[in-house]
Design a protein around this ligand. Structure first.
Ligand code: NAD
Length: 468
């Protein structure tokens, strides 16, 4: 049995089965989570469908509920933080910050305007374009930011008037289940259902006939499966998928000034961020200095159990991901790459991996071409800027990228040549609830956040009132 309950139709549901959730710092079982059965999913879908008509009809109640949800989550951040750290691994301060970010997203959406535009007002007609909710939303999240990525879906979906069935990753279901428990008293039954289970549960959700919209964050491979599952029923989809973000350093950059930003842009959350810097392109003249500066920073950060005082980087969150990062680094080293720092796992039972900076590695190596999603960063020397931009764009990914330079105008011009959803200048990873975020190419379809993200949870209706 689990200490955690799913939220279905406003009630706590213990689940008929349960599964282990490991603490990545120890690889010991931290807790058990309910395994949602097909019947329980059916109940969640029915509850969401039944709650939809009343929920869509009362915008004021929705805004009030989102405000209350934001307040509750903010108050609970101190309690949710340790839960996130225990299942996901990040340091406690960052875990609390993640819960607070979730609260920010809820608060922002409580007052976000739902667009309504008059496009004709004359003797023939009064014509408006309005946004209507879609119905039941299936929301599916990954393990790197369980609570904030859930809030990024829940907030706009509920504001628009939809109801939600949300499934967190089986690696990190616990804090999301707590979020469901927390919000139970303030949302009408069925408006937000939180279920937990394996990947199969996600597949059942995407095929379910009650669902009109799938909001998915995860890997490219799963995103393609979700798109295929949505197609026969023409369900709407938003896909927030993987990235292989390049950072391009221009030849006028001051290495000391940019090194911190590049280091944390790559290594925050142990590199497990869709839009983290995954490869750096730097002119040959600055290559050695930047590698040294990044290696110094890597040496100075404390890598340990996120519950320990002073922890800056926690473990890699899942054993399979730990295996993948280890394999990519091993393969690069075997092919002649050099680790300026790090280069492999750290001692101990947890998924700890030394922050690693790799040189003597080029495009064509998997660590450069694929999404490593871990604390290992290849730094590649480029010949000229056209070469750097071409390499940055030579990928199926297109989530984000950044340009680092002493001349912001020049950097902006280079950024305009990047094929990606977000281009940052002299920073990386900055996101906010009003800032649309999504991927070009295989990194996604649609965006989250702001009025653009809200539109993804709506159907446009043209409301044509003829005048006599
Ligand atoms: P994943 O694709 O393995 O799993 C994501 C979620 O999908 C999990 O809840 C999983 O149970 C579920 N799932 C698995 N198979 C499914 C199926 N067939 N149908 C429906 N759902 C299914 O991804 P992950 O390993 O949890 O997360 C890491 C990936 O997520 C990385 O690629 C990362 O870049 C990406 N990501 C993207 C963003 C973004 O905003 N673009 C944000 C965070 C993470």
């Amino acid at each position: 049995m689990s200490d955690f309950s799913m939220t279905i139709g406003g009630a706590a549901v213990a689940g008929t089965g349960s599964f282990d959730v490991l603490n990545p710092a120890t690889n010991e079982v931290h807790a058990r989570a309910p395994e949602c059965s097909r019947d329980e999913l059916e109940a969640a879908m029915s509850a969401a469908a039944a709650a939809f008509p009343a929920w869509r009809a009362d915008e004021a109640a929705r805004r009030e509920a989102l405000s209350s949800a934001a307040r509750l989550l903010k108050e609970a951040a101190a309690e949710l933080g340790p839960e996130i750290t225990a299942e996901q691994g990040k340091p406690l301060g960052e875990a609390r910050y993640e819960a607070l970010a979730g609260a920010d997203w809820l608060r922002y959406h409580a007052s976000l305007e739902i667009p309504r535009e008059v496009i004709q007002d004359d003797e023939r007609a009064f014509v408006e374009v309005v946004h209507r909710p879609l119905g039941v939303v299936a929301a599916i999240t990954p393990w790197n930011f369980p609570v904030s990525s859930a809030c990024m879906k829940i907030a706009p979906a509920l504001l628009a008037g939809n109801t939600v069935v949300l499934k967190p990753s089986p690696f990190t279901p616990l804090a999301t289940l707590r979020l469901g428990e927390l919000l139970r008293p303030i949302l009408p039954p069925g408006v937000l259902n939180i279920v937990s289970g394996s990947d199969m549960l996600g597949a059942w959700m995407t095929e379910h006939p009650a669902v009109r919209k799938i909001s998915f964050t995860g890997s490219v491979a799963t995103g393609k499966r979700v798109a295929a599952a949505a197609a026969p029923d023409l369900k709407r989809i938003t896909l927030e998928l993987g990235g292989n973000d390049p950072a391009i350093v221009l030849d006028d950059a001051d290495v000391d000034a940019v090194a911190d930003g590049i280091f944390w842009g790559a290594f925050a959350n142990s590199g497990q961020i869709c839009s983290a810097i995954k490869r750096v392109y730097v002119p040959g003249s600055l290559h050695g200095a930047l590698v040294d500066a990044l290696a110094d920073r890597a040496r100075s950060v404390k890598v340990c159990d996120g519950r320990e005082k002073g922890a800056r980087l926690g473990p890699i969150s899942t054993r399979p991901q730990f295996g993948r990062v280890s394999e990519l680094v091993e393969e690069a080293l075997a092919a002649g790459a050099r680790a300026a720092v790090g280069g492999g796992p750290l001692e101990g039972p947890g998924n700890f991996f030394a922050p690693t900076v790799l040189t003597d590695v080029e495009d064509g190596a998997r660590i450069v071409d694929e999404e490593q999603f871990g604390p290992a960063l290849p730094v590649v020397a480029y010949r000229d800027l056209d070469d750097a931009v071409a390499r940055a764009n030579h990928t199926h990914f297109g989530l984000a990228g950044s340009i680092w330079s002493a001349d912001p105008e020049r950097a902006t011009e280079v950024a305009s040549r990047l094929e990606c959803g977000t281009a940052w200048i002299n920073t990386h990873l900055i996101q906010g609830p009003s800032q649309p975020f999504g991927g070009a190419k295989w990194s996604g379809i649609g965006v989250e956040n702001g009025r653009w993200g809200l539109a993804g949870f709506c159907e446009i209706q043209t409301l044509y009132r003829a005048r006599p």
